[in-house]
Design a binder for this molecule. Sequence first.
Ligand code: TXA
Ligand code: MG
Length: 314
Amino acid sequence: MTLDILDDGRDSIAKAADIIRRGGLVAFATETVYGLGTDATNDDAVAAIFQAKGRPRFNPLILHFADAAAMASYVDFDARAEKLAAAFWPGALTLVLPRKDGCPASLLASAGLDTLAVRVPGHPLARALIRAAGVPLAAPSANRSGEVSPSTAAHVADGLGERIDAVIDGGPCTVGLESTVIDLSTPAATLLRPGGIPREDIEAVIGPVVLSEGNNDTAPRSPGMLSRHYAPSRPLRLNAEKAGEHEALLAFGPATEATLNLSPTGDLKEAAANLFAMLRALDDPEFGAIAVMPIPESGLGTAINDRLQRAATP
Ligand code: TXA
Ligand code: MG
């Protein structure tokens, strides 16, 4: 790939939207930090994001919409969510809400969770891109894993360079700090990540917001590390060569007796794209356990193994 640095004109938006519809990766300006965006409904495209960032884990991603109405088939809003959306969107606030049944978002985008993080970005360019693409954009900050979030197109080019298709230069980010992440999937509104909108401003709208364990205001750069992660209700047996009695076999690579195969050709990106959907499909009373064949510990395999190990630990 050669990195295309696009200006903020209409031709650029159309070109970037086209790349996104074809499953490519486009970094774009938001008011907080630059995001690395792709079609949130496309599992392969979302897997490519994790590959480009070199993340050792599948952290769930934020879905970016042009307005709150566009979220209708994705998440459930309660009264708190309605109030916060009205007060702060477009803006630097991300809400974690229950995923709707039949939600079109990739399961990999939310790391298999029953919740989805959503926001309407404040930068007009970001909303123009989402409208033109016609799909929500799954977008983590546009940096390599372990590096700081980028606030200019040049930072993105330095960090991700040829690993992505294009970056839309919308100037320096005005907030320069990631969005505040509030979990509303629980009875008590919980601050998962401090960010561009202060907790006090949020409390003025919905009342008390509790701090999540392991997160505090003095560590604003710590990601909203998940205390929760997806796990099937059936036991998972890792590094299995074949299925035992009453076991489903989740295969990788050439295998004859697979119940499902993450990637018959042994392609880790394809395996990542299939991981959560296949675990869910095999989490069925028909099986006593799910046996998973070994996944190589390289590239996206590291993130796949991390999730499998967590899912296997009761
Ligand atoms: O300002 C921002 O939020 C930027 C711009 C591009 O929008 N995006 C960003 O994304 O910072 P990222 O992937 O670097 O951080 C997303 C945060 C992580 O802390 C992640 O754990 C949390 O949101 N998150 C996403 N989905 C979640 C979910 N379903 N439950 C809990 N936390 C979630
Ligand atoms: Mg980040």
